[in-house]
Design a protein around this ligand. Structure first.
Ligand code: NAP
Ligand code: MG
Length: 502
């Protein structure tokens, strides 16, 4: 029996094929456990379970307030198992134990609780403007669930991302099939236990670790699915959109980024230097919102770079389970190769490697996938490392003349997920207004919150997650029009087709 099984229709099971795979600890390269490997047939069975659960109303017919109570119980279940989940998340994904405890678990709890609270907002119809023309009517809007949702997520924030997708889908009354990334399947299957114990009915949530090709594709192309929520690369996002088009599925996409951090010359340097480093090196830069392009004004360039280089050495790269580590490994050998490839390209294209740039192997790190925090200076906007998402601990430092130039460079990208401005709030907010990004932080970075919408401009995505806006992406708005004048004679517009008898 595998250590981490599929969860379909309220039961843990092996894949129909019996296939399994190993998931690795990125700090050591050792196995965390064996995982049942869902195939397209398992995906189809999970979709059937979600379809039946949706159609018989065991979840969708409940009042939002009732669903909210169960989601609150899920939040409590996660909290009760926090130490175990944090340890597992850290081992499976390479998240430092400090991040797993400080960010991942708390976020999962916060989302289930908050979306549980939002669920009851969907119970009351919203009234719409009333009309008397051509006849008097009463109009209102109800928010129905979309139906069967499927969610496909990447490996960088496995538990948080599963919690985000599931909490929103369930709050709105949908059922869901979630496919975690094969690199990091563990905590999502533990979440399945917690949801079952909290009283989520069978079939409402189904979790099937497996590969994108075949298994993931079934989740996108199966005609019994109503909505796909995808988080991952822009490249795969494009394929998802194409596959979903055949059955005109609702699709939300949270894709890549190349976020700019603009430092103004009146920034508080102590705050900005640490903020910039946190913005790029948190979770070794494996974050869609990573602030990978630093834009410095000419006058501040040398001073700021000097201070960055002075501080970057304080980042403690080490095994994820070491409480002292502030930066862990990359998730896999493949990601390590990709990042080292970009670093080589940066030097080749003429950027100056100011620090880092190598794999770290000393002190027992040789079996893991560690890269030193890396900073390139003299980067120009045309260089590959300034344009493409690296998804690793690599910062590109660019130079700007004036605010217009900063805004032009910041917006000069196909992406538009997030950005930051470091400087006096009044000036920074003006710049924030001109940036093309779904989230702009002013003197802050990376903070997401279930109350605020998140998503991308341009090729960073379609739609929003989180907040009431994000929840509404999991609903179909239904307008109900009630004619309140019972007289046939007054409904003159009927006469256009069926003349009135006199
Ligand atoms: P990815 O290659 O796009 O994979 C994401 C997920 O899609 C994985 O579960 C993957 O499974 C699956 N997949 C791949 N091909 C598929 C297909 N043809 N049909 C259905 N599913 C398929 O991304 P990644 O490398 O894991 O993650 C890094 C990317 O995610 C970055 O670009 C990052 O910016 C983005 N990201 C975005 C956000 C956001 O909120 N905007 C958050 C985090 C990450 P397999 O691995 O088996 O292929
Ligand atoms: Mg793993």
């Amino acid at each position: 029996m595998s250590d981490f099984q599929l969860f379909i229709d309220g039961e843990f099971c092996e894949a129909a094929s019996g296939d399994t795979f190993e998931t690795l600890d990125p700090s050591t390269g050792e196995s965390v456990g064996t995982v049942a490997k869902a195939g397209a047939d398992d995906a189809a069975r999970a979709i059937d379970a979600a379809r039946a659960a949706f159609d018989d109303g065991r979840w969708s017919f409940k009042r939002g307030s009732e669903r909210g109570k169960i989601l609150a119980a899920v939040a409590k279940g996660i909290k009760d198992r926090a130490p175990e989940l944090a340890e597992l998340e850290s081992r499976d994904s390479g998240a430092t134990i400090m991040k797993a405890k400080g960010a991942d678990i708390g976020s999962a709890v916060f989302w289930f609780r908050t979306m549980g609270e939002y669920a009851s907002r969907l119970d009351e119809p919203e009234s719409l403007p009333q009309t008397i023309s051509p006849g008097p009517s009463y109009n209102y809007l109800v928010r129905d669930p979309v139906g069967v949702c499927t969610a496909i997520i990447p490996w960088n924030f496995p538990l948080q991302m599963a919690a985000w997708k599931i909490s929103m889908a369930l709050a709105a009354g949908n059922t869901i099939v979630l496919k975690p990334a094969p690199e990091t399947p563990c905590t999502a299957t533990r979440l399945a236990e917690i949801m079952r114990d909290a009283g989520v009915p069978d079939g409402v949530v189904n979790i099937i670790p497996g590969p994108g090709p075949g298994t993931g594709e079934e989740l996108v192309s199966n005609p019994r699915v109503d909505k796909v929520a995808f988080t991952g690369s822009t490249e795969v996002g494009r394929q998802i959109m194409q596959m979903a088009a055949n059955t005109v599925k609702k699709t939300t996409l949270e894709l890549g980024g190349k976020s700019a951090q603009v430092v103004l010359d009146d920034a508080d340097l102590d705050l900005a230097v640490d903020g910039v480093l946190y913005g790029i090196f948190f979770h070794a830069g494996q974050i869609c919102t990573a602030g990978s392009r630093l834009l410095l004004p000419d006058a501040l360039y040398d001073t700021f770079v000097e201070r960055l280089l002075d501080r970057v050495g304080d980042i403690k790269v080490g095994p994820a389970n070491d409480p002292a580590s502030t930066m862990g490994p990359l998730v896999s050998q493949k990601q390590l190769d990709t990042v080292l490839g970009y670093i080589e390209l940066g030097s080749k294209e003429g950027a100056t490697l100011a620090t880092g740039g190598t794999r770290l192997t000393d002190g027992g790190l040789d079996r893991g996938f560690f890269v030193a925090p890396t900073i390139f200076t003299d980067v120009t906007p045309d260089m590959t490392i300034a344009r493409e998402e690296i998804f690793g601990p690599v910062l590109s430092v660019l130079r700007y003349d004036d605010e217009d130039d900063a805004v032009r460079i910041a917006n000069g990208t196909d992406y538009g997920l997030s950005a930051a401005v470091w400087g006096s709030p009044t000036r920074a907010m003006k710049i924030a207004g001109r940036l093309q990004a779904g989230t702009v932080w002013v003197n802050e970075y990376h903070l997401l919150n279930p109350h605020y919408p998140f998503g991308g401009y341009k090729q960073s995505g379609i739609g929003r997650e989180h907040g009431y806006l994000g929840l509404l992406e999991y609903t179909e708005p239904k307008h109900v029009h009630v004619g309140i004048d019972p007289s046939r004679r007054n409904k003159r517009w009927f006469d256009m087709t069926i003349p009135r008898r006199r």
